[in-house]
Every structure is written in C-alpha cells, then in structure tokens.
Design a binder for this molecule. Structure first.
Ligand code: GDP
Ligand code: MG
Length: 253
C-alpha cells in the first residue's frame, strides 16, 4: 500500500528467465507492493518455474508482443495505482518510489533512461540510443506542446486506474511501440503526466528489441510515424481519443 492505495506491478516476460526471480524478490523487498502480476508472453522455457515460489501471480498471454502483454496486464491488475517494469535486470525495484512520489499529483508518471548519472556500466544506452530516444521524445513534446520528455522507449511507468480506464479503449499496438502509443494517448487526452529519471543497468540475457541497432533504428522510424499520425488525427478530430459518455436512458427513445 502507498498512501492507503493498493499498488499493482505488471512484469511482461519473454526472455528473462535468468533475471525474473531476482527482480520479483527485489520488488517484494520494497514493502509497498500488494500485487505482482507476471504476463508470460510465450516466454523462454523455465520462466514459470522461476516465478513459482515467489508471491507473483503468473498469467499466460498467447498473443505475441509487448503491447499485447501489457494490455493483458492492465486488464488483470486490480490496484488503484498500476506500475510497470521489465524483469530483465535493467531496472531497479526501488525506483518504484520515484514514480509513486508523484503519483498523487499526476495521472501517469513515466520513467526516463537518458539521464547520464543513472546509466550504469554495460547498460544498452550508447550515444545512438540515448540521443535517438531523446530526439524522438523532444519531437513528441514539441508537436503536442506537452511536459518535458526525454525518452520514448522506457517501459517504467505508473498509472492511476481512473486514467487507465479512459485510455484503454484506444490502445491498438500489440508490438514493441505500445509504450509510445500509451504516452500519446495520455497526452492527447490531456492527462496530467510527468517523466522522471530512473536507473538503467546492464541487461541479463539477450535483448530482442533494442539490442540490435538496426531493429532499434526502424523502431525509431515507426515511432516517428506513429507520433505524426496521432498528431494529425487529433488535429482533424478533437474527439478522436475521447471516451464517449454513456447515453442517458431518454436518448434511446
Ligand atoms: N521481444 C519481445 N518482448 C516482449 C514480448 N512480449 C513481452 N515482451 C517484453 O518486452 C520487454 C522489452 O524486451 P527487451 O528484450 O528487454 O528489449 P529492450 O528493453 O529494448 O532491450 C521485456 O520486458 C519483454 O519481456 C514479445 O513478444 N517480444
Ligand atoms: Mg529490456
């Protein structure tokens, strides 16, 4: 519990067999998390055995992709505040306090991995990824005239249930760029958002997304395209991302 609010943490997993148990233990030690949900997205053999014996609840999601795993996680989570991490050794569990510290004042608190002092030795955040993420984040910030953004690829975040329920109907991305789609929807819906620096360390095991710079480059281009599309769509139709209020019973007559 945090300020009398139930806290859920979602951990999507695909290729984190060798780090997931240690990360769940790290989360358990923080003493504020009520529910840890592992979304097993056809993960490496042996992952379920690593999760068993921890306090985490494992859910199998067959539809492949980070976005599919996240959307399932959001459906499963029951907390008032729902945080997301990756169990691949890159993030530190105590950073939950960085996002929770702002959770009372903001609808969504996003993490950023581009602050030099928090990029640890061996982290996959060389010049290309750091400045690429920074540049695309600034494009998003500029085009939407929103809060200061310094990273579009960080998956750490904490969202308030009330805000999430309004965003969920508009989630479409099943793959790796679900993260930026969620950022865009929160911005277009004028949610109160903030991005705060988090630690970023060396990954345990092979990354299947930004570990390959060519994949990362094309992902960056897709993100720019997504940002431009969402910008144009929200200019064309101011209500495109608004939840329609249910009709009053009289409207049906
Ligand atoms: N590649 C991949 N990752 C997935 C999938 N489903 C969930 N994920 C999660 O997406 C996150 C990012 O993947 P990762 O390999 O660490 O990429 P990186 O963070 O860019 O190095 C991890 O937490 C994975 O568990 C999937 O179908 N494919
Ligand atoms: Mg990762």
């Amino acid at each position: 519990m945090w300020n009398n609010q139930k806290i859920s943490v979602i951990l999507p997993t695909y290729n984190e067999k060798d780090s997931i148990r240690a990360f769940i233990r790290e989360l358990e030690q923080q003493g504020v998390i009520d529910e840890i949900i592992v979304i097993n997205n056809n993960a490496a053999a042996g992952t379920s055995e690593e999760v068993a014996g921890t306090s985490a609840r494992e859910v199998l999601e067959r539809t492949q992709g980070y976005g599919a795993a996240m959307q399932r996680g959001f459906m499963e989570a029951t907390g008032e505040l729902i945080a997301v991490f990756e169990p691949d050794g890159t993030f530190r569990a105590h950073d939950i306090f960085k996002v929770l510290a702002y959770a009372d004042d903001f609808d969504v608190v996003y993490g950023s991995r581009t602050v030099k002092e928090l990029i640890w030795q061996g982290a996959n955040m060389g010049l290309f990824l750091k400045w690429g993420n920074y540049a695309v984040a600034k494009l998003m910030e500029f085009l939407f005239n929103t809060t200061s953004l310094t990273d579009v690829g960080c998956t750490v975040r904490c969202v308030r249930r009330r805000a999430l329920l309004e965003m969920q109907p508009f989630f479409t991305v099943q793959g790796s760029f679900f993260g930026p789609e969620m950022m865009l929807i929160s911005i277009i819906q004028s949610k109160k958002i903030l991005q705060v620096p988090v630690n970023y360390s060396r990954r345990v095991g092979r990354s299947s997304v930004t570990g390959d710079l060519r994949v990362a480059f094309f992902l960056g281009l897709k993100m720019i395209w997504l940002i431009l599309r969402y910008r144009c769509r929200s200019w064309r139709d101011a209500n495109a991302f608004r939840v329609q209020a249910p009709m009053a019973s009289g409207d049906y007559d």
